[in-house]
Design a protein around this ligand. Sequence first.
Ligand SMILES: Nc1nc2c(ncn2[C@@H]2O[C@H](COP(=O)(O)OP(=O)(O)OP(=O)(O)O)[C@@H](O)[C@H]2O)c(=O)[nH]1
Ligand SMILES: [Mg+2]
Length: 227
Amino acid sequence: MTTPVPSPAPASPNAAPAPDRTRTAMGWLHTAHFLTSAPQLEHLPALDLPEIAFVGRSNAGKSTAINTLTQQTRLAFASKTPGRTQHINLFGVGKQKVDDAVLADLPGYGYAAVPKEAKLRWQRVMGNYLMTRENLRGVVLMCDPRHGMTELDEILLEVIRPRVEQGLKFLILLTKSDKLTRSDGAKALSIMRLQAGGGEVKLFSALKKQGVEDAAELLWRWAHPKE
Ligand SMILES: Nc1nc2c(ncn2[C@@H]2O[C@H](COP(=O)(O)OP(=O)(O)OP(=O)(O)O)[C@@H](O)[C@H]2O)c(=O)[nH]1
Ligand SMILES: [Mg+2]
């Protein structure tokens, strides 16, 4: 008779069983709190913590995703009116009141009613942010699959490509997936995976909580690569 060999205790949350990993990631995100808000890049404080930016078209669901992932109702300001988020808003995250990462909610782009000058200004601010923000560790591109990938989404992918090649993490969340049938969701996933050139793509619904735990775990791992 063979004696079963006990498996070693998990050394870190990354090695822990899936429910524990999820709990760790969700608990960590729940600690999120407002840090600061800046109208322009030069007003953003330089930070020494890994930063994860939520970017995408206006009304795609960035602020709602931040609220859902952090399990808070009004941390980020979500609204039916496109163009609601006009500043870069930073949120600190970390257990025991010690921040170990930052979430950044960025204003959306592509909203038709914004005057051209303001649009161009914002595109410059965002381009600069994505290219130069030193502590940027990951980018979550929120994309409504009913609109597909827009020209500005593609430009954004081009802008971050050199940094992705140097290790910047990158995830596309296909938002409002509750509005898609199962087969349309599957179709959107495969199309976007082709367009994303190998990046991770997931379906996400704040309403139905689809993809929330997966996204939370991924963000946790981005912020804690050594654990
Ligand atoms: N059905 C559905 N609606 C959603 C979901 N996520 C967001 N919404 C709605 O989409 C609208 C826009 O959401 P926001 O989170 O404010 O979008 P945003 O990307 O932050 O928009 P800007 O700040 O203008 O760039 C709101 O009316 C939300 O309630 C979702 O998963 N399902
Ligand atoms: Mg917003």
